[in-house]
Design a protein around this ligand. Structure first.
Ligand SMILES: [Zn+2]
Length: 192
């Protein structure tokens, strides 16, 4: 079936694709979120990134999001995503982009390495959409964290309130912390 595409729609899709490439997205994300052909995306990717995209499947299961530090990063991103979802009338992929940009800003302002890639952030939203992951409030701090859907909220304690024993002081120093004002902001965002 022939599809009529306006130039403006196409321009918008290219703009989105370029933004995603600049954020480090895998080609599969672009294929999923735009109507641009694989060939055009590949050309665009090479032109913007200056290299060929990495090949192969997206390796992610939900497990990564359940590990200690990644869970905190993923939760921070998802709190912002949920907030934007509520207050801003954006297309789905634009909400992911905007929330991810906010996440990067938070990381930069705290001098932390962003553990969550934009491709993982995008996957995370898909996992939440299809019910494989959700957010549960911590029974101690009340913050909302990424969990499996069957988590019992009454007993759930987050990775900030209960860091693993192996986390030494040095590691904690470089980690997102409960007392960090930025994370509290994210908590506050969620509460609204
Ligand atoms: Zn907690």
């Amino acid at each position: 079936m022939a599809r009529t595409k306006s130039i403006l729609t196409e321009a918008r899709q290219i703009e989105r694709a370029v933004t995603l490439i600049n954020l480090g997205a895998r080609l599969q994300v672009l294929e999923s979120e735009t109507d641009l052909s694989y060939e055009r995306l590949l050309r665009l990717y090479k032109e913007v990134a200056g290299k060929s995209p990495s090949k192969g499947q997206l390796p992610f299961s939900t497990d990564w999001f359940m590990t200690w530090q990644p869970n905190i990063h993923a939760s921070l991103f998802l709190n912002m995503h949920e907030y934007l979802n509520k207050v801003a009338a954006l297309d789905e992929i634009d909400t992911v982009i905007k929330a991810y940009q906010l996440y990067l800003e938070q990381m930069q302002s705290q001098g932390l390495e962003p553990l969550l890639s934009v491709t993982r952030a995008w996957r995370l939203v898909k996992f939440v959409d299809n019910g494989m992951l959700t957010m549960t409030a911590c029974s101690k701090c009340g913050g909302h964290f990424v969990t499996h859907p069957h988590e019992i909220a009454r007993h759930y304690v987050c990775g900030l309130c209960n860091p693993p024993a192996r986390a030494g002081k040095g590691k904690l120093a470089g980690a997102l912390q409960l007392g960090s004002s930025k994370f509290d902001q994210a908590h506050a965002l969620q509460a609204h």
